[in-house]
Each structure stands twice: as C-alpha cells, then as structure tokens.
Write a protein that binds this ligand. Structure first.
Ligand SMILES: [Cu+2]
Length: 182
C-alpha cells in the first residue's frame, strides 16, 4: 500500500543480498516495481468524495535534515452544503496539521487552523505555498523526489479521503501543469 516503505524495504533487501550467493541475488530480480519515469500530472488524478472534487495534490522533497514538509491541493465543493477539513494524517508523522500562512505586518506568519479548513458550498479552496497548506512536522525520513506520500484528509461531511501526494523537486513553488521547464 505504501510505496515509499516498499521501496525502502526493497533497497534494504537488495543490500542484504549483495554478498549472498549468486542464486539468491538472481532471485531478487523480477518482482520489483517498475517505477519508470514519474509523471506527476498522471499520478495526481482528481478524486471525488461526496460533493468534493480534489485535484492538483502534491508535496515537495525535503532537504537532508529537514523535518517539516508541506502538502498542497485544490478542493472544490460542488454541493449545496458547507464542508470542513477537520484533520489530516499520514504514516510519516503523528504531527500532521492544517495550516495557514499569511503576511502580518510584512512578516510571514504560520498558524494551525484549529477550527479546520472551511470549504463553503459552491467554492474552491486552494492549498498552496504561501497560503493554506497541510503541514507535516517531525518527519523522520525526508520526502524524496519521485516518492509518493500517503495522506488521509478527514472532512466533516465527505468523510475520509485518501490521497497519494507525488513528491516534487525541492523548491517547487507550484504544481507544473503546463510542462514548461524550471
Ligand atoms: Cu505550516
């Protein structure tokens, strides 16, 4: 289920068998995952959850030693009822929160939305760098570009929504929809 862990497990298995007899080493081939080239645009397929339409979700690679990461997505509420993201979770940390970043007196301030993130009926809410975001703190294994980070969003009405956030390059400011170079 969780790709990053299986990749790590596969790498450890490969390392462990590196000095084993050739027959064992041969056995380690053939059942691995073929990741090929990551196409993040394809990975982040829109997800429907009740009246909510969720798209453009991604996170960013963390530098070595970095312990915090952000998650970004777009939520559209096509229903006639107000909804609210009340919690998030990920196996990477038990300290995942919903945050807001904004300029206060020329200083960027970040705070947890203790009341959750409101998604009014008929509106679209964007989580992006410099604004609302998912916040992953005390992450022990930094996200690596090309990995997928599982996250569960919990909404008051739409319930739990599971996403696999593709990890984009460190420093990415926006999801690249157009295929322009960096
Ligand atoms: Cu934050």
């Amino acid at each position: 289920m969780f790709a990053p862990r299986s990749v790590i497990a596969a790498a450890m298995f490969a390392a462990a068998t590196a000095f084993a007899p050739a027959t064992f080493a041969d056995d380690s081939h053939g059942h691995g995952h073929d990741h090929g080239k990551m196409d993040h645009g394809d990975k982040a397929k829109p997800v429907m959850a009740g009246d909510l339409h969720i798209s453009g979700y991604w996170t960013r690679a963390m530098l070595p030693g970095q312990k915090v990461g952000g998650g970004y997505l777009v939520i559209t509420n096509n229903g006639s009822d107000h909804d609210r993201m009340v919690a998030i979770s990920t196996p990477h940390t038990d300290r995942a929160e919903i945050h807001e970043m904004k300029m206060v007196d020329d200083v960027m301030k970040m705070r947890e939305l203790e009341d959750g993130l409101h998604v009014p009926a008929g509106e679209t809410v964007v989580l992006e760098p410099g604004g609302y975001h998912l916040m992953f703190m005390a992450v022990t294994t930094p996200f690596k570009e090309g990995d997928m980070v599982p996250v569960t969003l919990t909404f008051e009405k739409a319930g739990d929504v599971e996403l696999m956030l593709p990890v984009m390059a460190a420093g990415t400011k926006k999801m690249d929809h157009g295929g322009h170079s960096h």
